[in-house]
Design a protein. Structure first.
Length: 539
């Protein structure tokens, strides 16, 4: 209800008028109006429950002279917005009523009106309204309001009116202007997504999101078509320069999509929520970016897409972190590529090692940065999926064991000389070990679980067990900051801090990649953060 349509205004009545005065005012109303609504207005104002709705839609706590001046100037929005010193409900009613009557207004003033209306709406409290109403009712000899629930119910209805007025105001503008207005409002009110905004702003953005769905879905469909076209052209072997035309078209469509989606993204960000449509689209583009680099070595296109992803999806903290890391990883790879040939030769020389192993029947072992040769079988370093090593001591001395391989091949080495054993495992860790470690890190960053010796490990913690003699073992997922690690009796042991019975013990000799896991965890303990992948963060 607009205040100009409020029975108090139509009858020229005061909130303090008693029934007899209201009847007189209704008769005056009937003399100058063709309708017979005067009696209805009196009935509404003298019915305690129906009156409540009218009171909450009025200008409570303001003198009659000021009210008349405000209503006479209701169409002067500059005057209304500069009128201060009223309680939150009355100011909100004044703003909403003025907004509702507008037919044309500039963008900046509309932003000011909606944000101020939201601020007032958030400052309305039912107990304060109850006091305001009852202060006036005692003069009009009407029953006092006892129930806060009735007031709260009417306030909910009133806030729906504020929402409707705000939306109607936005409808005065073109689509592009609405996007600009909504974006400025949500950026300002949430401090760019870092804090909550008022309920009215959330409702308005929610309405905007509903209206934008069709456009966003259509644009997402266009992006999917472009992604499919790009994939087909990649398979056809188009050059990077030709592919750049398609990538630029994709970026333009993506930015156009983001222009509309940004207010929605910021609202979700302010609530600590993920906007699923944005998140799904972000990963589609990221997959293309990684494919361009990993499979086609299109460096410039990968970086172009990477920087775009950082900008377009900066409201998605989790994804932006991945996008940042992708670019960092790519830059590291490019830096490695720029290593001088001398450095490459030094690394190759340091890694390359050849030795004969065995007593009576000797076999030659060879390792380089690219391959391992053992018993006339050559295995590529990049094909190796697991490594392990350890030692067993007995009365006859110590025997050392090394194993490496993949799903189709296991290679095992037994030897007695510790010096040779140390030379091999040092090079094995610096080649195959680093390769496996990188794969684990990528899996952790993608929130994947990894099983090592039956123990489930992920970026955030490890599944530990507590053995019980007469009942089922107890299992608990323990975060990394709550564990301690050490080596004991040929095992890598992970304990829950404060409860060493909750643990796991992984034999170095028999379980694949235990040394890799140990290296990652110990790296993690030296760095801040809660995840294993934080081990790669530079100080």
């Amino acid at each position: 209800m607009n205040i100009t349509e409020n029975p108090f205004n139509l009858l020229n009545a005061s909130v303090r008028d008693d029934k007899s005065t209201l009847i007189d005012l209704a008769e005056d109303y009937s003399l100058v109006n063709d309708d017979d609504l005067g009696g209805k207005y009196v009935n509404d104002l003298t019915s305690p429950r129906r009156r409540l709705s009218i009171e909450i839609s009025w200008l409570l706590g303001i003198s009659e002279n000021v009210i008349k001046n405000l209503i006479n100037n209701i169409d002067d929005v500059e005057f209304i917005i500069s009128s201060n010193g009223f309680n939150a409900l009355s100011r909100a009613n004044l703003l909403a009523s003025s907004i509702e009557r507008l037919s044309k207004i500039d963008k900046e003033l509309s932003i000011k009106l909606i944000t101020e209306l939201s601020k007032m709406s958030e400052s309305i409290f039912s107990d304060e309204i109850k006091v305001l109403i009852n202060q006036e009712r005692k003069y009009s000899s009407l029953l006092m309001v006892e129930s806060l629930e009735d007031i709260e119910s009417e306030l909910e209805n009133r806030k729906k009116y504020y929402k409707k007025a705000s939306i109607n105001l936005l409808d005065c503008f073109s689509s592009s202007e609405i996007v600009e207005i909504i974006t400025k409002i949500i950026v300002t009110e949430t401090n760019n997504g870092s804090k909550y905004c008022g309920e009215l702003i959330q409702e308005v953005i929610g309405y905007y999101e509903l209206k934008a769905q069709q456009f966003l879905k259509e644009e997402e469909g266009n992006i999917d078509i472009l992604l499919s076209t790009i994939d087909d052209n990649l398979k056809d072997g188009l050059s990077e320069s030709v592919m750049s035309i398609y990538i630029e078209e994709l970026i333009n469509v993506l930015k156009n999509w983001d222009l509309i989606a940004q207010p929605i993204q910021i609202l979700y960000m302010s609530k600590g929520l993920k906007h699923e449509m944005s998140n799904n689209l972000a990963y589609k583009i990221r997959n293309l970016s990684l494919k361009l680099f990993n499979e086609y070595d299109y460096v410039k296109l990968t970086q172009r897409l990477g920087y775009t992803l950082q900008q377009v999806f900066e409201e998605d903290f989790e994804f932006k972190e991945k996008a940042d890391q992708d670019l960092s990883d790519i830059n590291d790879i490019l830096h490695d590529r720029e290593l001088s040939e001398e450095d490459r030769e030094k690394f190759s020389k340091a890694i390359t090692y050849e030795v004969e192993i065995g007593m009576a029947f000797k076999n030659r072992f060879t390792i380089t940065p690219d391959i391992i040769e053992w018993k006339n079988t050559i295995t590529k370093i990049t094909d190796i999926q697991y490594i392990r090593w350890g030692a067993l001591s007995s009365n006859s001395g110590t025997e050392y064991f090394i194993a490496f391989g993949h799903k189709d091949l296991t290679q095992e080495i037994k030897l007695r000389k510790k010096t040779i054993f140390s030379e091999i495992i040092d090079r094995l860790m610096k080649t195959a070990g680093i390769h496996i470690l990188a794969k684990y890190m990528e899996a952790f960053k993608n929130d994947e679980n990894i099983s090592i010796g039956g123990v489930i490990v992920n970026d955030y913690g490890v599944q530990l067990r507590k053995s019980k003699m007469f009942s089922k073992d107890e299992s608990e997922f323990v975060a990394w900051h709550n564990v301690e690690v050490f080596s004991r009796n040929g095992n890598f042991v992970i304990n829950k801090i404060g409860n060493r019975k909750m643990n796991c013990a992984l034999p170095y000799l028999n379980v694949n990649n235990v040394h890799i896991l140990e290296a990652i965890i110990r790296m993690k303990f030296k760095k801040p953060g809660v995840r294993l992948s934080d081990a790669l963060i530079s100080n």
